[in-house]
Ligand binder design. Structure first.
Ligand SMILES: NC(=O)c1ccc[n+]([C@@H]2O[C@H](COP(=O)([O-])OP(=O)(O)OC[C@H]3O[C@@H](n4cnc5c(N)ncnc54)[C@H](O)[C@@H]3O)[C@@H](O)[C@H]2O)c1
Ligand SMILES: N[C@H](CO)Cc1c[nH]c[nH+]1
Ligand SMILES: [Zn+2]
Length: 442
């Protein structure tokens, strides 16, 4: 990892750049894949599985036998780990249930919102280099809690031309039956437009590589909802003299091992940590199975030495990392100053891996600078909030003038008349009541 000592602010934009890819070339490739799926459906999925996943599929559907064997093939330890993670994810996401506020904005004018589940959702579970069982929990648990009626799942087939049994085990426990063997951009297209086997959905969720992320962005232009651009993983660590170099190295490696396009950043206020972390990284890489991938990811990654924690947080906010770990004396205070990040991990005992798997927060998070404007997946992501209003006659009289004035200013006469026609009617009714001696307000 290249080291930058006290970089001047003008250099920050260049130093904080994400790994670049030729977006136009990528877009053209993905458009082609999407078009193939639109015209040839399942056949394209089977062809791409042969080409990219190196497996021969008869069908993209999971067989009865695969479903039946899934749970038995898992160890008890893995099942227990899944239960712990699921329980915490459920607790945290259940607490996100939107509150329905019933507000009287003016006398007689009532406004409220109601959250309803999105009826049909598609979950993409990455599986190119690792079967992300945890991503399935992160998406399927809130989708179920939200009450989505139809949950469609796509994940690349593994070497056995099947789906990881843990995914099937979790699916069964949540009552999800529509799991398909399809990966990459073609899976996104299948869930957006439908194929013979895969139903189309209203909104697609899930992280993935650049092909998946580009496909989500392209189908979103065609009216299909997407959660967020959740691409190659990132972590930034802010550390001072109190931090443990071995812990820092482990956390940096945990994201670098995801893929060669991952990016990890280390911001230090203590110069002596630079060599300590570098040594720890080298030592841990010796026994890391995915060391080759991590080393390549380090080519995109950087170490910054800054003067104090205020500068550290400013630099991190200017980068907007997917994950931010803060291990400084004033970690909680610094965490208060975070304005751009997907998820924050405070103190030495909070590894980023905890959020990846089992603390309860969602790990589907914005990358590539999207944390400037996007949040990670939550329970609300699986819901739409519909606004309602009800106005009484007196309520319309109270706000009618404002509506008419604004409509007139916009030159939209029909809008103005939609109010005048009612106010005229109210006036006539009032006049009639007065004549009859009742004089009630309406
Ligand atoms: N941001 C987040 O919240 C988050 C969460 C988990 C994982 N991730 C990221 O998700 C990514 C997962 O990537 P992955 O590759 O392991 O799995 P993936 O499932 O996203 O992609 C694998 C599929 O990509 C397609 N593909 C591979 N090479 C291709 C090519 N040259 N042209 C067209 N299509 C091709 C194949 O169909 C393959 O099945 C990683 O970058 C990881 O960091 C992000
Ligand atoms: N760190 C990834 C999100 O960027 C999520 C993940 C899944 N499994 C392990 N990690
Ligand atoms: Zn991870």
């Amino acid at each position: 990892m290249e080291v930058f000592k006290y970089p001047a602010k003008e250099q920050w934009p260049e130093l904080l750049k994400r790994p670049q890819t030729d977006q136009e070339e990528l877009r053209q490739k993905v458009v082609q894949i999407i078009n193939n799926v639109k015209t040839q459906g399942d056949q394209t999925l089977i062809q791409f599985a042969r080409h990219y996943d190196k497996v021969e599929l008869d069908s993209v559907t999971v067989s009865e036998e695969e479903w039946a064997q899934a749970s038995d093939s898992l160890s008890l330890k893995l099942k227990e780990a899944i239960d712990v993670a699921r329980s915490n994810i459920e607790k945290f996401h259940r607490s996100q249930k939107p509150i329905e506020n019933y507000i009287e904005t003016s006398p007689g004018v009532w406004c409220w919102r109601k959250a309803v589940p999105i009826e049909k959702v598609g979950l993409y579970i990455p599986g190119g280099t690792a079967p992300l069982i945890s991503t399935f929990l992160m998406l399927a648990v809130p989708a179920s809690l939200a009450g989505c009626r139809e949950i469609v799942v796509c994940t690349p087939p593994n070497k056995e031309a099947s789906v990881h049994p843990a995914i099937l085990h979790i699916a069964r426990s949540l009552g999800i039956t529509k799991v398909f063997k399809a990966g990459g951009a073609q899976a996104i297209a299948a869930m957006a437009y439908g194929t013979e086997s895969i139903p189309s959905v209203y909104k697609i969720f899930g992280p993935g590589n650049r092909f998946v992320t580009m496909a989500k962005q392209l189908v979103s232009m065609d009216g299909v909802g997407i959660d967020l651009p959740a691409g190659p993983s990132e972590v930034t660590v802010i550390a001072d003299h109190t931090a443990n170099a071995d812990f820092i190295a482990a956390d940096l490696l945990s994201q670098a091992e995801h893929g060669i396009d991952s990016q990890v950043m280390l911001i230090l206020t203590d110069e002596t940590l630079i060599s300590k972390v570098q040594q720890a990284l080298e030592q841990q890489l010796q026994t890391l199975p995915r060391a080759k991938t991590a080393r390549l990811a380090f080519q995109n990654s950087r170490i910054f030495l800054v003067e104090n924690s205020a500068q550290a947080i400013e630099l991190s906010n200017a980068y907007a990392p997917e994950h931010l770990i803060i291990v400084t004396e004033d970690a909680e205070e610094l965490a208060e100053k975070v304005v751009n990040a997907g998820s924050v991990f405070i103190g030495p005992w909070t590894p980023e891996a905890a959020g990846d798997y089992a603390s309860g927060t969602n790990h589907t998070l914005p990358t590539h600078g999207y944390a400037f404007s996007y949040s990670g997946v939550s329970l609300e992501s699986f819901m739409k909030v519909i606004s309602f209003q009800k106005i009484s006659e007196s309520g319309l009289r109270a706000i009618g003038r404002a509506i008419m004035e604004l409509a007139e200013a916009e030159g939209l006469e029909a809008h103005r008349r939609a109010v005048t026609i009612r106010l005229d009617k109210i006036s006539k009714l009032l006049a009639k009541d007065n004549k009859n001696g009742e004089g009630n307000d309406v």
